[in-house]
Design a protein around this ligand. Structure first.
Ligand SMILES: [Zn+2]
Length: 130
């Protein structure tokens, strides 16, 4: 069995969360159609095949698609961070991802992923590419 295949003992998204701890963004790429997706799924969101969705390492560079400022955190866990910026970015490899971002980023801006620890989890924050 391939170590990247999901199993009952290993969550489907484990390659993604393990990657974050190593400073890597990972995405699934369909072995049938080549479609890429960032949320871990058992099937390809483009063609529906279910047999092989291997994980790839992304370069970490992306373009901002949407920006929002969060003034009121949704939970105690995030209250210490507020106000903070959330973005949807399109990775250079194609798939989109929601993450934190440096304050002041703009739609269309080029950014690069960085990582930070918060309440025992590794979260992604995009910083402007200089
Ligand atoms: Zn596919």
């Amino acid at each position: 069995m391939n170590a990247m295949e999901p199993s009952l003992a290993r969550p489907l998204a484990a390659p993604y969360t393990d990657g974050l701890r190593e400073g890597l963004l990972r995405y699934q790429q369909c072995s049938a159609c080549g479609g890429a997706q960032t949320l871990a799924r058992y099937a390809c969101q483009h063609c529906g095949q279910r047999t092989a969705m291997p994980w790839r390492d992304a370069a970490g560079t992306a373009t901002v698609c949407a920006v929002t400022e969060v003034a009121r955190a949704p939970s105690d866990e995030f209250r210490a961070l507020a106000p903070y910026t959330l973005v949807i970015v399109q990775l250079d490899e194609g798939p989109r991802l929601m993450a934190h971002a440096a304050a002041g980023v703009q739609i269309g801006q080029r950014v690069r992923a960085s990582f930070f620890e918060h309440h025992g989890r590794t979260l992604v924050r995009f910083e402007p590419l200089t």
